[in-house]
Design a protein around this ligand. Sequence first.
Ligand code: ATP
Ligand code: MG
Ligand code: MG
Ligand code: MG
Length: 439
Amino acid sequence: MRLSRYFMPVLKETPAEAQIVSHRFMLRAGMIKQTAAGIYSWLPLGLKVLRNIENIVHEEQAKAGHIPILMSTLQPADLWRESGRYDDYGEEMLRVQDRHGRDMLYGPTNEEAVTDIFRSHVNSYKDLPLTLYQIQWKFRDEIRPRFGVMRGREFLMKDGYTFDLSKEDALHAYNRHLVSYLRSYERMGLKAIPMRADGGPIGGDYTHEFLVLADTGESEVFYDSEVTDLSFGDREVDFDNVAECEAVLQEFTSRYARTDETHDEDLFNSVPEERRRTARGIEVGQIFYFGTKYSESMGATVVNADQKQVPVHMGSHGIGVSRLLGAIIEASHDDKGIIWPEGVTPFHVGIVNLKQGDDEADAACEALYKAFQKAGLDPLYDDRKERAGGKFATMDLIGLPWRITVGPRGLKNGVVELTSRKTGESEEVTPEEAIARVI
Ligand code: ATP
Ligand code: MG
Ligand code: MG
Ligand code: MG
C-alpha cells in the first residue's frame, strides 16, 4: 500500500476521552472511529489487524477439527424463553421489536441459537462429536462501556459450541479448546494464562478464563509465578488424542492461577511465598463445560447406542476477538506507539522515502516495494511529500516490525537503513540485505 493513496487518518493530538494507552493509540493511528458509546467503526488499519486475528483463530480452529458457521445477529425472543434466559439476562440484552410487534434481541451470545440448529438436524449419537463455531458480532449493553474496544457494547467474538454424547467426550472437547486457544494467543504474540474461573449460576469446575497480564486489566488475578514460564511453542499435537490434550490441560492448569471470583486465600498461601503474585489481567477468552443445561431445556437429544433419547453434553468457548486488539497493544507498546507482534501486524514493513521526488530515492523505494510484494509480504510505502520527522513519528505510532529508510545520502554508498521497531536498533545494509532480513 502507498500511504499517499491509503486512508489512515492519524491524529496529532491525544484524544481526551481515551484513558488507557491502547485506546489512545488505536484512535491516534486511525484504526477505529467511535459511532456511539462502546460502538465503533473499523477503519482500514484497524480492520487489517482485526482480520489477521480472525485468520489465526480460524486456522487454529480448523486444526482442532472445529467447523465454522455464521449465525444471525438478531434472534427471536422465543428461543431464549425456552431456555429461561430471556428474563434472566437482564439489562445487558438489547431488546427490539419488529413491525409485527414480535420480540427480538441482538445476540449477546448464541447458546440458544446453536442448540436450535443442532436439534433441527442432529438425531443420532453417530453424528457426534460436533463442534460448531463462528466469529460474529455481539451486543451487550454494558453499563460502563470504556477503554475503546476492550469493553465495547458491540464487539466481535469467536464463540464455539461443543456437542458430545458423554461428559467424558465433552471434557475432551474442552481440552481441545484449551490447546487451540493456547496456540492462537501465542501466534498473536501474547501470553494468555488459563485461570480457574467462576461457573456462575450454572456452577461446575470446568471453566477457565484466559488472562493477559496488564496493569489496565479489569480483573484482579492471583497466581504462582511458575505459570508465566509456560509456553506451548511449536510442538505438534494430535487433537484426537484424549490423553495428549488432557496432558496439556494438566501442564497449564495444575499450578495456582485464579481470578478474584474463585480466589482461595488458604490455597494460595500454600504456594511458596516468593512465587505468589497478585496482578491485574484482561480476560481475552473463556472455555466452559456446562453439561445438559440447554440441551435439556430445549430438547436437544440424540439416540444413543441403546436406542434411548439422551440430552447432549455441551460446552461453549469464547475468544474476545475485538478486545484482543486492545490487549495486544496494552502488552506491546512504548511511549511512541504500538509495537505489533509479527503474527498480527497490519503491514510487515514500512518504507520511508526521505526525499520523495528524488529520482534515485524514488526508484530504490519502488524496487523495495515491488520486491516485498513479490515475496508475498504486505509493505507500507510512505511516499508522501512530508518531513522525515513526521514520517518517522507515524511509523513509530503504527508500530510495524521493520522500517526501511531510504535517502539519497545512503544510496550514494549503496545502503539503506533497516530499523527494528522492537529493539529500536538501526543498521546500514544494502537493499538486498534489507529484503532478506525482513522476509
Ligand atoms: P467480561 O468479564 O470482561 O465482562 P465476559 O465474561 O462477560 O467478559 P464472555 O461471556 O466470557 O465475556 O465472552 C467471551 C469473551 O468475549 C470474553 O472473554 C471477552 O474477551 C470478550 N468480551 C466480553 N464482553 C466484551 C465486551 N463488552 N467488549 C469486548 N469484548 C468482550
Ligand atoms: Mg461481561
Ligand atoms: Mg468475565
Ligand atoms: Mg467470561
